[in-house]
Design a binder for this molecule. Structure first.
Ligand SMILES: [Zn+2]
Length: 529
């Protein structure tokens, strides 16, 4: 266990606007600095240090409680710090009736600014910087989600990123899986832990903290709402019309920095320029959370800011997210409750999607300088302070390219045990039939199927073509009945509809049955009203 220095002064300068300086509050509370702060942002905090700081927070602050919510593949317990509830249990958190905000760092463990910012946020909380938050919100803070990846420090991970120059962790977990592609198939223990946390604590808001790759733009940080076209409209509107614009305005006023929607500048099909967001599929966390009727927010600090500035950008982002959540706590709960009550049965929902061509927008493009990591000699890039307004077409949202009518329910045959177990793991209500029964349903007749040549995330992705046809059959005992008329109906549809581009069939989870020529998923068509 490394020994942590207990310092009395802050290495991290605060905005002049802060009413109490951190230096004062440290002297009062004697709380710990992160490894990043102690090393002038040359290094990033290790797992054991995160655990030690977390224990000290919980020991020294009556408002902060520490628990764990699962394990990594290598058996590291995943810390969860709970703020604003009498204890760290899900029951106590839910019983507060407050708006629950989950903040996660380090899903990609080379993108470490979120982990550092969350530890600093907690210290600032314990120092009394945010006195009003606990009145209306409970914070659920998971600073080091990909803990195994965090410990695989190398100086050549994320080679062009501007630090930490003493090295950072790797993108995948110990299985070699990208945890931000695992939210539907659930092949990692970390993703299992995360969906269990969602089922138990049910956060209304989920914030996932990253660092960018790609375009040299001028924004200090970019963000994204859930991008799947099946996201409840109320969530999409609230984020795009109010929350994200207001947050952007406040950052500009308080700190003079520019935040905007995540994107990369790319050629459009007609030869113009477009600002393209990433992907609508729920394998990505923010999209997954949206399909669960909750408010997912992706944050991407700009990779070519210095490490210290990325931590600062992320800390400011998270502060504004929580401030807004605290000021709009009731409205947020209303929006998620309304989404839970919205019946999707009989509605045409997207099974596949593509970028929606939007309006012309002005994007602030940037430039970078090359410099060298003094310890490895390798080239890293640094953001230059220029901002070049550039007009381009917005591709920040998705439209359906194929839809299916959401059925009343699905049946999953017992031969597809892996699909049943995963459906249950997602928190979807599943009823298992104790006895065989004869039913009228629809079966998907496969015309053709294609399996991807290469592996992706340890699996070979599959596509099927075919059609639903009526059938009368005897369902064996052990068949799972999955109603779509439940709060997680949107998610059940995405996981079980055969043409879904991020469902169990697409991930090869139903391969054994498909190879035999039949699908183990049937459906009960919606009655058109
Ligand atoms: Zn990332």
């Amino acid at each position: 266990m490394p020994r942590l220095a207990v310092l009395a002064a802050a290495a991290f300068t605060l905005s002049a606007a802060a009413t109490r300086t951190e230096a004062q509050t440290f002297q009062e509370n004697d709380l710990l600095l992160t490894r990043a702060e102690r090393t002038d942002f040359r290094e990033t905090t290790r797992y054991d240090e995160v655990m030690e700081i977390a224990r000290l927070f919980a020991e020294r602050s009556p408002d902060i409680h520490l628990t764990t919510f699962g394990y990594t593949m290598e058996g590291r317990a995943l810390p969860l710090l709970v703020v604003g509830a009498p204890d760290a249990s899900a029951a106590a958190v839910r019983a507060t009736g407050k708006t629950r905000v989950y903040l996660q760092g380090d899903i990609h463990a080379g993108e470490v600014c979120g982990k550092e910012a969350l530890l600093m946020l907690l210290r600032r909380y314990a120092s009394g910087v945010y006195p009003a938050w606990a009145d209306s919100v409970v914070l659920l803070v998971a600073p080091i989600y990909n803990a195994d990846g965090n410990e695989r420090i190398r100086l050549d991970n994320r080679p062009r990123q501007n630090g930490p120059i003493g090295g950072m962790g790797q993108r995948p977990n110990a299985q070699g899986l990208d945890l931000n592609r695992d939210h539907t198939k659930l092949d990692s223990p970390e993703a299992h832990a995360f969906v269990r946390l969602l089922n138990d604590y049910d956060p209304h808001v989920v914030v996932d903290l990253h660092t960018t790759n790609g375009t040299h733009h001028a924004y200090q940080l970019t963000y994204a709402p859930p991008l799947h076209p099946n996201t409840p409209v109320g969530i999409d509107r609230f984020l795009r019309v109010r929350w994200l614009p207001e947050l952007t305005e406040r950052i500009r006023e308080k700190h003079g920095w520019e935040y905007y929607y995540y994107g990369n500048a790319q050629r459009t099909p007609d030869g113009g320029q477009g600002w393209y967001t990433f992907d609508h599929r729920p394998r990505f966390q923010n999209n997954y959370v949206g399909l669960r009727n909750r408010i997912g927010i992706l944050s991407e600090a700009y990779a070519y800011l210095t490490f210290e500035d990325r931590v600062r950008a992320t800390l400011w982002f998270v502060e504004e997210v929580v401030d807004f959540a605290a000021q709009n706590a009731t409205r947020i709960r209303d929006i998620t409750t309304t989404a839970d009550r919205e019946r999707v049965v009989g509605r045409d929902l997207a099974t596949r999607a593509d970028f929606l061509e939007g309006e012309q927008v002005t994007i602030r493009m940037g430039e970078v300088d090359r410099e060298r990591n003094p310890f490895s000699g390798e080239v890293v890039l640094r953001r230059r302070d220029v901002s070049e307004p550039t007009r381009m077409t917005d591709f920040g949202a998705f439209r359906p390219t194929e839809t299916a009518t959401a059925p009343e329910a699905y049946y999953i045959l017992p031969e597809a045990e892996e699909a049943i177990v995963r459906t249950e793991a997602h928190g979807i209500t599943v009823v298992r039939y104790a006895n065989a029964r004869r039913v009228s349903a629809e079966q998907f007749v496969v015309d053709s199927t294609v399996v991807a040549d290469g592996e992706f995330q340890g699996r070979r992705e599959r596509t099927v073509w075919g059609r639903w046809e009526p059938v009368t059959l005897e369902l064996p005992a052990g068949t799972a009945y999955v109603s779509v008329d439940q709060p997680l109906g949107r998610l059940a549809f995405t996981l079980l509809e055969p043409r879904s581009d991020d469902g169990f069939l697409a991930w090869g989870i139903l391969d054994a049955s498909v190879e035999k020529g039949s699908l183990p998923v049937l459906r009960v068509a919606a009655i058109r009203r």
